[in-house]
Design a protein around this ligand. Sequence first.
Ligand code: ZN
Length: 117
Amino acid sequence: MGLRYTSYIDHPKSKHSKFVTYGCCHCRTHLSSSAQVMSKDYRGTTGDAYLMNKVVNIVEGDRETRCMITGCYVVCDIVCHMCKNLVGWKYLESERKDQRYKEGKYILELQTICKVH
Ligand SMILES: [Zn+2]
Protein backbone atom coordinates (compact mmCIF):
# COMPACT_ATOMS: atom_id res chain seq x y z
CA MET A 1 0.00 0.00 0.00
CA GLY A 2 1.06 3.58 -0.52
CA LEU A 3 2.22 6.20 1.88
CA ARG A 4 0.55 6.26 5.22
CA TYR A 5 0.93 9.36 7.27
CA THR A 6 -1.32 10.97 9.80
CA SER A 7 -2.70 14.44 9.21
CA TYR A 8 -3.44 16.59 12.19
CA ILE A 9 -6.31 19.01 12.26
CA ASP A 10 -5.40 22.39 13.61
CA HIS A 11 -7.65 24.00 16.11
CA PRO A 12 -8.28 27.51 14.78
CA LYS A 13 -7.34 30.14 17.30
CA SER A 14 -10.02 32.52 18.55
CA LYS A 15 -13.48 32.96 16.99
CA HIS A 16 -14.25 29.24 16.80
CA SER A 17 -14.92 28.54 20.45
CA LYS A 18 -17.24 25.66 19.54
CA PHE A 19 -14.74 24.04 17.20
CA VAL A 20 -14.56 20.29 17.78
CA THR A 21 -12.05 17.82 16.36
CA TYR A 22 -13.45 14.33 15.77
CA GLY A 23 -11.18 11.34 16.11
CA CYS A 24 -11.32 7.57 15.98
CA CYS A 25 -12.78 6.34 19.29
CA HIS A 26 -10.18 3.55 19.51
CA CYS A 27 -6.88 5.25 18.72
CA ARG A 28 -7.89 8.95 18.66
CA THR A 29 -6.44 9.54 15.21
CA HIS A 30 -7.87 12.78 13.86
CA LEU A 31 -10.61 12.20 11.29
CA SER A 32 -12.52 15.45 10.84
CA SER A 33 -13.85 18.49 12.61
CA SER A 34 -17.03 20.40 13.31
CA ALA A 35 -16.11 22.76 10.47
CA GLN A 36 -16.65 19.87 8.02
CA VAL A 37 -20.12 18.86 9.21
CA MET A 38 -22.68 19.29 6.41
CA SER A 39 -25.60 17.69 8.25
CA LYS A 40 -26.18 16.09 11.63
CA ASP A 41 -29.47 14.58 10.51
CA TYR A 42 -28.26 11.19 9.28
CA ARG A 43 -28.61 7.59 10.37
CA GLY A 44 -25.76 5.13 10.10
CA THR A 45 -25.88 1.40 10.70
CA THR A 46 -25.18 1.86 14.42
CA GLY A 47 -27.22 5.00 15.10
CA ASP A 48 -26.84 8.71 14.54
CA ALA A 49 -24.34 9.79 11.93
CA TYR A 50 -22.96 13.01 10.43
CA LEU A 51 -22.58 13.90 6.77
CA MET A 52 -19.04 15.29 6.44
CA ASN A 53 -17.46 17.36 3.70
CA LYS A 54 -13.97 16.02 4.34
CA VAL A 55 -12.48 13.17 6.37
CA VAL A 56 -8.77 12.44 6.66
CA ASN A 57 -6.64 9.51 7.85
CA ILE A 58 -8.99 6.87 6.49
CA VAL A 59 -8.63 3.95 4.08
CA GLU A 60 -11.39 3.31 1.55
CA GLY A 61 -12.77 -0.20 1.14
CA ASP A 62 -14.31 -1.92 -1.87
CA ARG A 63 -16.99 -0.21 -3.92
CA GLU A 64 -20.47 -1.59 -3.47
CA THR A 65 -24.02 -0.55 -4.26
CA ARG A 66 -26.13 0.13 -1.21
CA CYS A 67 -29.79 1.13 -1.23
CA MET A 68 -31.03 3.51 1.43
CA ILE A 69 -34.20 5.45 2.11
CA THR A 70 -33.13 8.20 -0.30
CA GLY A 71 -32.12 5.88 -3.15
CA CYS A 72 -29.30 3.62 -4.23
CA TYR A 73 -25.68 4.70 -4.06
CA VAL A 74 -22.28 3.36 -4.92
CA VAL A 75 -20.39 3.63 -1.65
CA CYS A 76 -17.27 2.32 0.04
CA ASP A 77 -16.69 1.73 3.72
CA ILE A 78 -14.06 3.89 5.37
CA VAL A 79 -11.82 2.64 8.17
CA CYS A 80 -9.33 4.41 10.41
CA HIS A 81 -5.91 4.02 8.79
CA MET A 82 -4.25 3.32 12.14
CA CYS A 83 -6.45 0.72 13.83
CA LYS A 84 -8.81 -0.27 10.98
CA ASN A 85 -11.85 0.67 13.03
CA LEU A 86 -14.88 1.04 10.73
CA VAL A 87 -15.95 4.68 11.07
CA GLY A 88 -18.50 5.11 8.27
CA TRP A 89 -18.68 5.22 4.49
CA LYS A 90 -18.08 7.47 1.52
CA TYR A 91 -20.65 8.24 -1.16
CA LEU A 92 -19.11 7.67 -4.59
CA GLU A 93 -22.10 7.87 -6.94
CA SER A 94 -25.80 8.49 -6.59
CA GLU A 95 -28.42 7.16 -8.99
CA ARG A 96 -30.68 10.11 -8.21
CA LYS A 97 -29.73 13.54 -9.49
CA ASP A 98 -31.13 15.33 -6.44
CA GLN A 99 -28.80 13.33 -4.19
CA ARG A 100 -25.63 13.94 -6.21
CA TYR A 101 -24.44 16.59 -3.77
CA LYS A 102 -23.44 13.69 -1.51
CA GLU A 103 -20.97 12.29 -4.03
CA GLY A 104 -17.47 12.46 -2.61
CA LYS A 105 -18.85 13.18 0.87
CA TYR A 106 -18.55 11.00 3.94
CA ILE A 107 -20.73 9.55 6.66
CA LEU A 108 -19.18 9.28 10.11
CA GLU A 109 -20.99 7.09 12.60
CA LEU A 110 -21.12 8.78 15.98
CA GLN A 111 -20.58 5.54 17.88
CA THR A 112 -17.21 5.06 16.20
CA ILE A 113 -15.81 8.55 16.73
CA CYS A 114 -15.14 10.77 19.69
CA LYS A 115 -14.18 14.34 20.37
CA VAL A 116 -10.42 14.77 20.69
CA HIS A 117 -8.15 17.69 21.40
ZN1 ZN B 1 -8.32 4.28 14.95
